[in-house]
Write a protein that binds this ligand. Structure first.
Ligand SMILES: C[S@@+](CC[C@H](N)C(=O)[O-])C[C@H]1O[C@@H](n2cnc3c(N)ncnc32)[C@H](O)[C@@H]1O
Length: 292
């Protein structure tokens, strides 16, 4: 277990430390050393006590020293943590029940699953169906289908090669092609049937080339989870003329080391006019179409 230790000045917590930190000038030099030693001693022992009973103390700074005081870094990744704690999924029994049924069928964590759930529900007044490309064992696709189960006339297209990732290229740092082939159409069909969902259509093959002609109407939401640059680009270019105003594009892989192709593509797409962009710190890139 972990406790967040916020950087309140130590002397505010233990006023006695003030005596060591702000003594008279005559003993200032020596006492500075003494106070540092004492503070280190106290911190180490407090931490040891917590360790013994199964907790840890994590030093947390609002100010994130050294991050934005310094010149821009060439580094593109650092661990992201947040002090936000509000977790509406804990009180959403419909979501939790669904998540528990799909969690062994997804590579996507509960934060991104909940976001898909919440965004899917918001498509009720946006013209068009939902398209997910990158289904694997059906986890996130099922979340989306369940989220819109009561929206009449709307369905979720679930597109996958079912033989793994395709179109890996020079923009992709880790993917070579063929990853995530450990699935099948039947695995996805069984999952959907176990939740009695009939508002989906499975598209087998490379999207858009092999299966796009099965979609006739507009798109209200795209969930693009295909790991590589060229697949993302081809999918988005197919979607562009079919996107309704207000439609939502979610890119699963944007924030993750190893998926640089998707990050590169989304950063290029930010230049396209007519969209708002959000980097959700759960890793998702989100675009909302606001005008033609
Ligand atoms: C990371 S997995 C998807 C994970 C899934 N959304 C989940 O809930 O865990 C990526 C999937 O994208 C599929 N894929 C990649 N490029 C594709 C393309 N152009 N057309 C169809 N499927 C594609 C792969 O076959 C693979 O199953």
């Amino acid at each position: 277990m972990m406790i967040l230790w916020q950087t309140t000045p130590i002397e505010e917590v233990f006023p006695v430390v003030r005596l060591f930190r702000y003594p008279g000038p005559a003993i200032m030099r020596h006492s500075n050393d003494l106070s540092k030693t004492l503070i280190t001693f106290i911190k180490r022992n407090v931490r040891n006590v917590f360790h013994r009973v199964g907790f840890d103390i994590k030093h947390y700074s609002y100010r994130q020293k050294g991050v934005w005081n310094n010149p821009p870094s060439t580094k593109k990744h650092q661990e992201i943590s947040t002090i936000a704690t509000y977790s509406p999924w804990l009180n959403d029994s419909d979501f939790l029940e669904t998540y528990n049924q799909i969690k062994e069928h997804t590579l996507v964590d509960i934060y991104r699953c909940y976001e898909l759930w919440a965004l899917g529900k918001q498509t009720s007044d946006i013209d068009g169906d939902i398209l997910e490309v990158g289904v694997w064992r059906g986890g996130t696709g099922t979340i989306l289908a369940k989220a819109i189960k009561n929206i009449s006339g709307k369905k979720v297209f679930l597109a996958d090669t079912f033989t793994g990732v395709v179109k890996a290229g020079n923009n992709d740092t880790c993917y070579k092609g063929g990853e995530h082939s450990d699935t099948s159409i039947n695995i996805v069909k069984r999952l959907l049937a176990s939740l009695s969902l009939s508002n989906t259509e499975i598209l087998h093959g490379i999207f858009p080339e092999d299966s796009h002609n099965r979609i006739n109407g507009n798109i209200s939401m795209l969930h693009c989870d295909v790991d590589v640059y060229t697949s993302c680009k081809d999918i988005v270019e197919w979607c562009l003329p079919r996107l309704s105003i207000g439609s939502i594009l979610v890119f699963d892989d944007y924030g993750f080391s190893g998926c640089e192709g998707v990050t590169t593509y989304c950063d290029e797409f930010r230049e396209v006019k007519g969209f708002r962009f959000i980097y959700n710190l759960n890793g998702h890139a989100i675009f909302i179409k606001i005008e033609s």
